[in-house]
Design a protein around this ligand. Structure first.
Ligand code: IFM
Length: 458
């Protein structure tokens, strides 16, 4: 029988630097906007900070041993920009370079393939003081940082994602203010920042291609995702339409706003209609730079909303009362991993990697010393089955990275949300692989062929 997943499917787990490393004041690291944000009273749940986080900075060897024992052979992690370049640009911090050398060598020694994200939100505070993404030099700053990474680590890191979820580090950080820097900018400025962010992506692709020509390069945005309320083709069309809609109030989270320029080389037509007076200044050559060819299209997908056809348009529905939800109150909608990749593949025609998917739960260590997170197992099983359906329907899906390897610092929610396959006791920093880690290990090691069984029997 043909398997549910292609032979070379990449199974992995993901993290990001600020959420797990700690060592915030060690090894010559500069401040990031998150270090500064966390020090401001009232910004983060109970005043939590990433100062220690999972202490991965000192304990990465233990974390990679756990991955090795589970057979998880792909790891998506991010570099900390201010650890490598404390001022954001200029001279590299040798201790930061040494740290990532040790980290990558340790990964490889444990049989783990590195998949690096260049930027996962910990923007150097010194660059923020110079205007951050609003400064038109910011794409060049980012390209300089990307070049450093490609030159120093490109001999061992062959898979690189440029930016993680620009929707968040602009949308809920500068337009809304839940995340660092937590400053409300006018919409026009946010759109200008977004343009610079996409220019930065394009320039970084060029920099990586020049210094690490063998690397596979991807982009890892997210978006609002939708699935049809039924299999009726009119509902399917309505969900497709909703997926790529752009309007003035929620462009910050739009899929098309952040992906059409990068992959199709143009802003979505609807954006021009709805956002015309706010549109960024596009200089000659910008769109070519933004749309440098990439090898894979990453997408972080956690849930989706049902949509049905409504006359000639679409109507987004709410999940019915009592619908399953995660610890974060996000709806559990496995359909998201069937329909979102399908719509994205039709439009962008690039191989897709699910760069993040997962859930938070109120996990605890039981008296038997184990963490029985059955809701995460259920989530994994249903979502991966749904993903396998997208594959059987012709979507070129290349990989899946579970968010997250470890419980970690969940941004403005601090340590209040647990997303990990591995439980972290934030007092003792003891790691305990949860039941879901063992379940995922089984899936990974059988290339998904055990997915249809009842998990209790595994
Ligand atoms: O923890 C975050 C991650 O940093 C980005 N994507 C969503 C995750 C869960 O909120």
């Amino acid at each position: 029988m043909k398997g549910l997943f292609p032979k070379n499917f990449t199974w992995g787990a993901a993290t990001s630097a600020y959420q797990i490393e700690g060592g915030a004041y060690e090894g010559g690291k500069g401040d990031s906007i998150w270090d500064v944000f966390c020090r401001q009273p009232g910004r983060v749940f109970d005043g939590h900070t990433g100062d220690v986080a999972c202490d991965h900075y000192h304990r990465f060897g233990e974390d990679f041993s756990i991955m090795e024992s589970l057979g998880i052979q792909n790891y998506r992690f991010s570099f900390s920009w201010p650890r490598l370049l404390p001022e954001g640009t200029g001279a590299a911090n040798q201790k930061g370079v040494d740290f990532y050398d040790r980290l990558i060598d340790s990964m490889l020694a444990h049989g783990i393939t590195p998949h690096a994200t260049l930027f996962h939100w910990d923007y150097p505070y010194e660059l923020f003081r110079r205007g951050g993404w609003l400064n038109d030099d910011s794409p060049s700053w980012f390209a300089e940082y990307a070049e450093l990474i490609a030159k120093r680590f490109g001999d061992r890191v062959k898979s690189i994602f440029t930016l993680n979820e620009p929707q968040c580090f602009i949308g809920i950080s500068c337009y809304d203010t839940f995340h660092a820097p937590g400053i409300k900018f006018p919409a026009k400025d946010c759109l200008a920042m977004a343009h610079n962010v996409m220019l930065a992506h394009g320039k970084s692709v060029q920099a990586v291609r020049a210094s690490a020509p063998m690397a596979s390069i991807g982009y890892a945005p997210t978006g609002r995702h939708y699935h049809p309320a039924s299999e009726d083709p009119r509902d399917v069309e309505a969900a497709r339409e909703a997926t790529f809609a752009v309007n003035e109030s929620d462009w910050t989270f739009s899929v098309a706003w952040w992906s059409d320029p990068v992959i199709l080389g143009k802003y979505p037509k609807e954006a021009q209609e709805h956002l015309e007076p706010l549109m960024p200044r596009v200089k000659p050559g910008d769109m070519e730079l933004i749309s440098q060819p990439i090898d894979v299209y990453g997408q972080n997908i956690y849930h989706s909303a049902p949509v049905k056809a409504d006359g000639s348009g679409h109507k987004v529905l709410r999940c019915e009362p009592g619908h399953a939800k995660t610890g974060f109150s996000w709806p559990v909608t496995p359909e998201c991993l069937r329909w979102a990749p399908k719509f994205l593949f039709e439009r962008y025609k690039l191989p897709i990697v699910i760069t993040e998917n997962g859930m938070s739960a109120t996990d605890t260590v039981s008296l038997d010393g184990k963490v029985h997170d059955s809701s995460r197992i259920d989530y994994l099983q249903k979502h991966l089955l749904s993903l396998s359906q997208a594959i059987s329907e012709g979507v070129d899906l290349r990989g899946y990275f579970h968010w997250s390897l470890l419980d970690n610092f969940e941004w403005n929610s601090g340590y209040n949300e647990r997303f990990g396959l591995v439980f972290v006791d934030f007092q003792t920093l003891k790691r305990t692989p949860k039941d879901s880690a063992l379940y995922y290990s089984n899936i990974v090691n059988s290339n998904g062929s055990n997915l249809k069984g009842t998990w209790g029997a595994l």
